[in-house]
Design a protein around this ligand. Structure first.
Ligand code: NAD
Ligand code: ZN
Length: 403
């Protein structure tokens, strides 16, 4: 039985609770606390999530509020735009929603981001609740008050910082996620451990099997741990002026790959690939050891993250990074690991270093494949020497050796 509650503070005051359960009926307790009896509620959800969870949530919420309507849109990132928001505004106006009413986002990060943005702007702001159903939205996007939509191909270009009144997580929804969407969330989960909490990272390493098989207890522990880390970071830096930037670990590479692959890979898969690369760069700079890099790479591999796509070239990745707002005057502001469990912002990574690093390792895809090929050698005495030598050579080739 999962039952976890944590409070998010903003500017020294109680902002909202995050509740983690393994069912929806805890909403019966939570909604009255928000005085829903006298308010109209509008559930905002996408078609896919609606087909699985809408009926149950609708029946629960119906008896708890003044009136209840549902706004459903087609699922997918392509719908996270001002058109959908505009249709939602129209729907709310047509149904006479006013400032004391409430939106309930039921779904993944797309639903949460766009509902939050509509809530922030409709009548200069009405309340909203997050009921995240994807792993990524449970451990990441529903927490911290970043809302927004994409605009003319630019991701999250229009948005607002706007906090929900409640985040209600039902981890049992994770069982209906596709493997890819589940993995997408795992990219952020591992990132949280790497940047902030070595014990949590080690727990992930030791519990790979339960994570992959979606064992309920393991998932509950995983979501609680990740939620705690994200909550602490956003409390320290609500408007991303400092430490919150650490959450972008793996994202500079990740975004470049995501864009170059034309979104054929999920965001979290790209974050996974990007995290392995950022870890390789940390190792290349001697911040962490080669063994630590290997362990992290193997962790992602064992959770079925894809390798760097064959079709990418270093020029493409560099081009995308240059477009990225994180690059100024040839210097990339980059998040690297000082050690496992502690990331830092490095403002001294030059385009030249990045190009050398990418040319030497990434685009040739040798970082993962070459080293694992060498590692698969049999371990007799001669094999051991050969393996050691080849491994060293490979590491040198890739600019990863410790010397
Ligand atoms: N606001 C933030 O701080 C923040 C942080 C990270 C990411 N994001 C945003 O989050 C979005 C990605 O979130 P996402 O990965 O949840 O995308 P998503 O909302 O598109 O969900 C992914 C897919 O899974 C489906 N789905 C959701 N829950 C399900 C369930 N329980 N069972 C079966 N299918 C389910 C959805 O219908 C969708 O097809 C991006 O737009 C990204 O920009 C925001
Ligand atoms: Zn992310």
């Amino acid at each position: 039985m999962t039952d976890y509650r944590v409070n998010v503070q903003a500017e020294g005051r109680h902002a909202y609770d995050i509740v983690i359960k393994d069912h929806f009926y805890g909403l019966l307790e939570e909604l009255p606390r928000l005085s829903c009896q006298t308010r109209k509620v509008c559930i905002v959800t996408d078609k896919k999530v609606a087909s699985i969870y809408l009926q149950e949530v609708f029946e629960l919420v119906q008896g708890l509020c003044g009136a209840l309507k549902v706004f459903v849109f087609e699922e997918g990132e392509a719908r996270k735009n001002l058109d959908t928001v505009s249709r939602l505004y129209e729907f709310l106006i047509r149904n006479h929603y006013d400032r004391k009413d409430l939106l309930l986002a039921l779904g993944g990060g797309v639903t949460g981001d766009l509902t939050g943005f509509a809530a922030a702007t409709y009548l200069r702001g009405i309340d909203f609740i997050q009921v995240p159903t994807s792993l990524l939205s449970q451990v990441d996007s529903s927490i911290g008050g970043k809302t927004g939509v994409d605009f003319q191909g630019h991701k999250n270009m229009v948005g607002a910082f706007y906090m929900p009144k409640l985040v209600y997580i039902n981890i049992s929804t994770l069982t209906t996620l596709s493997d890819r969407e589940y993995r997408s969330g795992l990219g952020e989960v591992i990132k949280h451990g790497l940047i902030r909490d070595a014990d949590y990272y080690r727990w992930i390493l030791d519990n790979r099997a339960g994570i992959l098989s979606r064992d309920p207890e393991t998932m509950a522990h995983m979501v609680e741990g990740s939620v705690r880390i994200k909550k602490e970071v956003v409390e320290e830096d609500p408007r991303e002026q400092g430490i919150r930037a650490l959450l972008n670990y793996g994202h500079t590479f990740g975004h470049a790959i995501e864009k170059e692959m034309n979104f054929a890979l999920t965001h979290g898969e790209c974050v996974g690939i990007g995290s392995v690369l950022a870890t390789a760069l940390s190792a290349a700079r001697g911040l962490i050891s080669m063994e630590e890099y290997e362990q992290i790479r193997q962790l992602f591999q064992s959770l079925n993250f894809p390798d760097l796509p064959d079709s990418l070239s270093e020029d493409q990745v560099i081009k995308e990074m240059k477009h990225d707002k994180k690059m100024e005057q040839g210097i990339i502001s980059f998040i690297l690991l000082n050690r496992i469990g502690q990331a830092g912002i490095f403002r001294d990574v030059t385009e030249e270093e990045m190009r050398r690093f990418i040319e030497g390792s990434l685009a040739r895809h040798k970082v993962p494949r070459y080293i694992s090929f060498v590692d698969s050698f049999p371990m007799n005495a001669a094999g051991k020497i050969l393996k050691y030598k080849m491994r060293e050579e490979a590491a040198r080739d890739l600019g990863l050796s410790d010397q």
